[in-house]
Write a protein that binds this ligand. Structure first.
Ligand SMILES: NC(=O)c1ccc[n+]([C@@H]2O[C@H](COP(=O)([O-])OP(=O)(O)OC[C@H]3O[C@@H](n4cnc5c(N)ncnc54)[C@H](OP(=O)(O)O)[C@@H]3O)[C@@H](O)[C@H]2O)c1
Length: 287
């Protein structure tokens, strides 16, 4: 039995979609914290189990009979490490053999607030747990771009505090496809993989791609963090979120998300989604 946590979220749900292409539903379990969101999973014959990462006894119960477990990391601005510890300990107690953890890409020593410290602590805890592990250092989602620069085609410019920093963006569904392949494959014991896009893009590259698709000049303007945060707050984001978004610019400037690895391409057996493909499908979609 393979269990996927975060099964009502983007990555977990899409991983289950891909698992279903190769694995009978009866061999797939989904961990959800809100059963009301799981109707469609139940209808597809998935073994839905309910527990919150904070509820240790419920996790032990939910993990019974599971051999491989994908721990979809908890969201930022919550006590991520405590939740991950609970899942790892419960997996061990329930007799899970192999735990896969979704970390984030770290191509430099930059510490991303709310993310890196809990990832580092979780990875160390998992390695010391005695469980067989696979650490998946996922690249920054293309889907995150809309939060950083807006979800409409920019009129004339992109304003973001990333300097010349690059990001090897990756589409979440490409990651999900890779998760499903890794979960059903052999030979990933005690391994760490960086699952990035095949190419890293600066925000000037993104502006150029937008220009080509929109057929008008769109430029990138590097701005300081403070005006960027003010602009986001004015657009309705809470200040703490706006500051978090600005930090991805700092992460890009420090190279945290820039390294490209061919692992994802090899696991998928094809090129991951490119910037041009993503922008065209997302920003220039016509119904
Ligand atoms: N690489 C990147 O660019 C990037 C970007 C954003 C996030 N992330 C990380 O990757 C993870 C997966 O991404 P995603 O896009 O799938 O996020 P998502 O859509 O927000 O899904 C997160 C899932 O985790 C579940 N969850 C959260 N807290 C939980 C708890 N205490 N107990 C049980 N389940 C809990 C959520 O349940 P509910 O449906 O009930 O809320 C949801 O199913 C995120 O959680 C975050 O750690 C990575």
């Amino acid at each position: 039995m393979i269990l996927v946590t975060g099964a009502t979220g983007g990555l977990g749900h899409q991983t289950i979609d891909y698992l279903l292409t190769s694995t009978p539903a009866a061999q797939i379990a989904a961990l959800v914290r809100d059963i009301n969101k799981a109707t469609e999973l139940l209808e597809r014959g998935i073994d839905v189990r309910q527990a919150d990462y904070f509820d240790y006894p419920a996790l032990v119960e939910a993990f019974q009979g599971v051999k491989k477990l994908l721990l979809v990391s908890a969201i930022a601005f919550t006590d991520r490490f405590h939740q991950h510890q609970n899942v790892i300990d419960a997996a061990k107690q329930a007799g899970v053999n192999h735990l896969f953890y979704t970390s984030i890409q770290r191509s430099s020593d930059f510490v991303m607030p709310q993310v890196t410290e809990s990832d580092l602590a979780t990875e160390a805890y998992l390695k010391a747990s005695g469980l067989t592990y696979t650490i998946l250092k996922n690249g920054y989602y293309f889907e995150g771009l809309g939060y950083l620069i807006g979800s409409e085609v920019p009129q004339t410019e992109i304003r973001f505090p990333a300097g010349d920093g690059k990001i090897a963006f990756v589409k979440r569904s490409d990651l999900a496809a890779a998760m499903a392949t890794l979960l059903t494959g052999e030979g990933h014991e005690d391994q760490e993989y960086t699952l990035s896009g095949s190419e890293a893009y600066s925000f000037a590259d993104i502006a150029r791609e937008f220009s080509a698709l929109a057929g008008r000049p769109i430029v990138y303007k590097n701005i300081e963090e403070a005006p960027y945060i003010a602009q986001k707050v004015a657009a309705g984001f809470p200040e703490v979120v706006a500051t978090f978004l600005a930090q991805w610019g700092a992460a890009a400037q420090h190279g945290m998300l820039a390294e490209t690895s061919d692992t994802l391409e090899r696991v998928l057996g094809r090129k991951p989604t490119s910037l041009g493909e993503y922008l065209k499908a997302t920003y220039f979609w016509v119904s």
